[in-house]
Design a protein around this ligand. Structure first.
Ligand SMILES: Cc1cc2nc3c(=O)[nH]c(=O)nc-3n(C[C@H](O)[C@H](O)[C@H](O)COP(=O)(O)O)c2cc1C
Length: 374
């Protein structure tokens, strides 16, 4: 069996990931005024011994008003910073693995309900707050109309990103990612559907994201890793497309960024997205062919063979998975067994290795079902 690409290391800026499997950032909507709590110990704790090459921490917001929901994490206060440091230090005490954090601002999609309460805008009884965006255009029908950001506020937001990056640096994250996709502020400002400004931030829709990117680059250490999640398609006439992602990736590379994660959608609620396994892989491939930067692909990847096929065909450099890890935190262990690779288990769990069970010639129970998207 040839050595699978999935299990080869990759250098990202100043750090090396031991393999190319990345746990996607996933909001937990369970924080207290931006602070992590016991839920995050459980969630990140168990994923931190998953064997993945990189674990990303959820979208963490640079201002209080920039949170998506009341339950989102933030890096806007010293309490936020201390709470996150406590969780990350604990993960590190037991398992060494690269850990990154995604920072962002929700823009006009802030002040939302958590998914299990409806995922809509907060109603007057739910303590909503004023949202801000490049232009006063609501995300969808019924949503809060955001207030248009002044130039002064835009400059202050650049500083907020820098301040969050400095907090992330102090916590000790190996990698920092700008959330520039999924219809949040750094994406809104790029799309002609949500940015109708007449000033320089409208004439050059990459101006604000690149100002943030450059300012963050200044404070984020070169010996760690820096990247961005970008959007390759608004799935709407007149919206962003793959060429825009290529341009953005090239600019980020020019600024000294180490990688991009290519995603799409969520700028408007009514877009029709042809979701199917690996549906965003062609966007990653396009960016990879056009921009000299490491590329992650994400979206409907769940099966180890599928993941390996993407990497060995050179369509992306890393595979990023979200729901597959919620479904099966042992994804990496099982993929390694399937590919005949020996990986390091936490000592207390070493006896779970199926290939070492006495007389284990049997196929792993439920193996086929475990790795499929539901
Ligand atoms: C519970 C949950 C929370 C998510 N939170 C984030 C987030 O914080 N930042 C982000 O960029 N994407 C977020 N996403 C999107 C995922 O990172 C990923 O892009 C998407 O789920 C597609 O990948 P998948 O098919 O492997 O789940 C979230 C997805 C889920 C399921």
């Amino acid at each position: 069996m040839p050595h699978p690409k999935l299990f080869t290391p990759i250098q990202l800026g100043g750090i090396t990931l031991p393999n190319r499997i990345v746990i996607s950032p996933m909001c937990q909507y369970s924080a207290d005024d931006g602070c992590m709590n016991d839920w995050h110990f459980i969630h990140l704790g168990h994923l931190s011994y998953s064997g993945a090459g990189l674990m990303m921490v959820e979208a963490t917001h640079v201002t209080r008003e920039g949170r998506i929901t009341h339950g989102c994490t933030g890096l806007y206060s010293e309490h936020n910073e201390a709470s996150i440091k406590r969780v990350i230090d604990t993960c590190r005490r037991w398992r060494q693995m690269p850990i990154g954090i995604q920072i962002g601002h929700a823009g006009r999609k802030a002040s939302s309900q958590v998914p299990w309460e409806g995922r809509n805008w907060l109603t007057p009884e739910q303590s909503p707050w004023e949202t801000v965006a490049p232009s006063p255009i609501a995300y969808g029908e019924g949503w809060h109309t955001p207030r248009e950001l002044s130039k002064d506020e835009i400059h202050k937001l650049v500083e907020a990103f820098v301040s969050a990056a400095i907090r992330a640096k102090r916590i000790g994250f190996d990698l920092l990612e700008l959330h520039s996709a999924h219809g949040y502020l750094l994406h809104e400002v790029q799309s002609p559907l949500s940015n109708l400004r007449k000033d320089e931030y409208g004439k050059n829709r990459l101006k604000f994201p690149l100002e943030v990117a450059a300012a963050v680059r200044e404070v984020w250490p070169k010996e760690r890793s820096l990247g961005a999640r970008i959007s390759a398609n608004d799935w709407m006439d007149g919206g962003l497309g793959p060429e825009d992602a290529v341009t953005y990736a090239q600019e980020l590379k020019r600024l000294g960024y180490d990688y991009v994660c290519v995603s799409s959608g969520a700028l408007v609620p009514h877009a029709r997205i042809p979701v199917e396994p690996g549906y965003q892989v062609p966007f990653a491939e396009k960016v990879k062919r056009a921009a000299p930067i490491a590329v992650q692909t994400v979206g409907m990847i769940a099966d180890p063979e599928q993941a390996e096929a993407i990497l060995s065909a050179g369509q992306a450099d890393m595979v990023v998975m979200a729901r597959a890890f919620l479904d099966n935190p042992r994804w990496v262990w099982h993929a390694a067994e399937r590919h005949g690779i020996k990986i390091d288990y936490p000592p207390s769990y070493a006896r779970s290795r199926f290939d070492q069970w006495p007389g284990s010639k049997l196929a792993r129970p439920q193996w086929q079902d475990e790795s499929q998207v539901g």
